[in-house]
Design a protein around this ligand. Structure first.
Ligand code: SPV
Ligand code: MN
Length: 625
């Protein structure tokens, strides 16, 4: 069955493949080995020996360099490959099928022709790894199996930290074709440490029909690690053709003091918008920080249940410091298996922006030898670490890990947060009137772009459910699927729009970094009807007295009425402008669901009425009681 010469695939590795008893896996391995032409194929099982082989080889090949503390390594990406490349990531669409304007697409035949030409011989002289994984807790309703083929030891090492190994579990497939496939190559490498040479050939093409993603000429994990955002895209396609959700969500346990309960919430926030830091709020527990599958457990408890399909964090390291993020800071500054990427190294110690240590004067970073004042080709100063520098760590290393990580039924979801980087429109926390309006909250999420993607930062863009970068189905279908999913539940989650980035007209943030703890506590209490709220045209906002008490209890802070009024006023003009932008955005999509337009019109009509009634644009919460 396998048609690879024994010089490339030796008997031991062949036996490992044959033992899987899966012809579909063999066919795809055959195909891509013949296209990419590696000089050796190594199959990685779940054994410690195999996992150690990956780690050691990554160091030997200098894809990672060991640091001073045991288990710590640094991986550098090319200076042109430090974030997700959204414009080179495309969905392959067969001729005649609808191509949504908000999904980056390419004709399937044309796309395959292009990427296969860039993959032809791309592994020449290199070793290719074949490994099997499980997305989600093993043997659960959530589980999806995956095959990864790559020539990057860094990619597989990252996956071994971030995902559950699945070589043995793969046998449970009993020969079925029901698994995701990821083929990746960093392509030709250059320099020391070696980085991708031909960035102009960087492509990430998603073949929905084949459950396969092809990715070449890149190393940055957001482009290369199949199991992460490439798998999210395949899962979005699958879930939207079934009856569940695949989301860019964290999952956290909220633990209100003296109430003897834990409530699980999901949160969708665009990258670098406070997502991980919300899941890490001191005193709470984290189940996952990036991707969740959500399924109906109507027949059990009437709730949606969410599972983290990962087991680790590929987190932004900027601003992680002892004071604000003690849990992560401690984990990153003590010996344990950790891959740092694109930070500065000084004598084997990593430094990153916002770590609150004295700024280093020189060291090694993604630009090579770095010194204070170094400039790039365009004459712009190179900061000592990249703002999208990251750390890769297993969640089990964290003291605040929730005990349900491997729970096969996930956790019941009481609420969902949607947050964006929004300086002037939405209030800090807002509860939706019902599930449909909650779907609307997600659908109208806007955020300013960040360094997590290549391109200009600080540009306000719609980002439905914080999932637009990963969208592979038309938005109308995705929004309708959300609505249907929640409405089919006996206990749909309550939905909250969050905004940590509101500013006053002088450009000063209206909230402190820690205030998000108050918003989540209020939301959690609302799911038990513990607080009353003020109804506004856009949803429910908190009462001053409740926030005042929560600020005192959790932050020992005297929250003033002035702060409350400034933060929770309804900015009718900004909201109406937002409705205009959102309308333009959704008008381009075919057949946006009727319920969406109904809600948008209701917001418009009621906001205008409110404005007229008060004869002014900004209405304070005190005027709404
Ligand atoms: C994000 O950018 O949303 C991340 C990191 O979580 S990446 O793997 O690049 O997607
Ligand atoms: Mn993410």
């Amino acid at each position: 069955m396998i048609d690879i010469s024994s010089d490339v695939l030796d008997q031991e590795n062949l036996d490992k493949l044959v033992a899987l008893n899966n012809d579909h896996a063999l066919t795809i391995i055959n195909k891509f080995v013949s296209i990419c032409k590696p000089s050796k194929v190594t199959v990685i099982t779940d054994s410690k020996e195999d996992l150690d082989y990956v780690k050691n080889k990554s160091i030997e090949l200098k894809e990672e360099i060991p640091l001073k503390l045991k288990g710590h390594t640094i991986h550098f990406d090319s200076i042109y490959d430090l974030a997700r490349d959204v414009s080179s990531t495309k969905v392959l669409v067969p001729k005649g099928e609808y191509a949504s304007p908000w999904v980056n697409t390419i004709d399937r035949d044309e796309g395959l022709k292009e990427i296969l030409s860039y993959m032809d011989g791309c592994m020449e002289g290199k070793e290719c790894l074949v490994q099997f994984f499980c997305l989600g807790p093993k043997d659960s309703k959530f589980t999806i199996y995956a095959l990864q083929i790559t020539d990057s030891f860094y990619v597989v090492h990252s996956e071994n930290i971030l995902y559950r190994q699945g070589y043995e579990a793969f046998k449970n497939l009993n020969g079925s074709a029901d698994f995701f496939r990821f083929i990746h190559s960093a392509g030709e490498l250059t320099g020391d440490p070696p980085v991708t040479k031909n960035i102009s050939k960087r492509r990430i093409y998603i073949d929905l029909k084949e459950s396969c993603v092809l990715s070449c000429h890149n190393q940055y994990a957001g482009n290369s690690v199949g199991l992460k955002k490439l798998a999210l895209r395949l899962a979005i396609y699958r879930s939207n053709n079934e009856d569940w959700l695949a989301e860019h969500y964290f999952i956290m346990g909220i633990h209100p003091v003296n109430k003897n309960r834990v409530s699980y919430f999901c949160g969708g926030y665009p990258s670098a918008t406070g997502k991980t830091s919300t899941a890490m709020i001191p005193g709470q527990t984290i189940v996952g920080d990036d991707i969740a599958y959500v399924r109906s457990y109507n027949e059990i408890d009437g709730y949606a249940h969410a599972a983290n399909i990962e087991q680790g964090i590929f987190g932004i390291i900027q601003d992680v410091n002892q004071k604000d993020d003690p849990v992560i800071f401690d984990a990153l500054t003590t010996p344990r298996e950790t891959i740092f990427s694109n930070v500065l190294i000084v004598n084997g110690t990593p430094y990153w922006l916002g770590d609150k240590r004295p700024a280093p004067q020189k060291g090694i970073n993604f630009s090579g030898e770095w010194y204070q004042g170094k400039k790039d080709e365009k004459g712009e100063e190179i900061k000592y670490a990249h703002p999208n520098a990251r750390y890769t760590i297993n969640l089990r290393e964290l003291k605040n890990l929730d005990p349900t990580l491997d729970e096969i039924d996930g956790v019941p979801v009481r609420g969902i947060f949607y947050g964006g980087r929004d300086s002037d429109t939405m209030v800090p926390v807002l509860e939706s009137l019902n599930w449909d309006e909650g779907v609307f909250f997600g659908a109208i999420l806007e955020s300013e772009t960040t360094t997590a993607t290549i391109g200009q930062t600080g540009v306000r863009k719609p980002n439905p459910m914080a999932n637009l970068d990963f969208m592979v189905v038309p938005l109308n279908k995705y929004i309708a699927n959300h609505r249907k999913f929640g409405n089919s539940l006996k206990n749909p989650p309550k939905v909250y729009a969050m905004n940590y980035f509101l500013k006053n007209p002088e450009g000063k943030y209206l909230n402190g970094m820690l205030d998000k703890k108050i918003w989540i506590m209020w939301a959690e209490g609302r799911t038990y009807s513990e607080y009353k709220a003020i109804k506004t045209p856009i949803g429910h906002i908190p009462l001053y007295k409740d926030l005042k008490a929560l600020f005192k209890q959790y932050l020992n802070k005297d929250y003033t009425e002035k702060e409350y009024v400034e933060q929770f006023s309804i900015r009718t003009k900004h909201l109406l402008d937002k409705m205009d932008r959102i309308e333009q955005f959704y008008k381009k999509e075919q057949e946006t669901p009727e319920f969406f337009w109904k809600i948008l019109n209701r917001w418009r009509v009621e906001l205008k009425k409110l404005k007229e009634k008060h004869g002014k644009e900004i209405i304070t919460p005190l005027e709404l009681v």
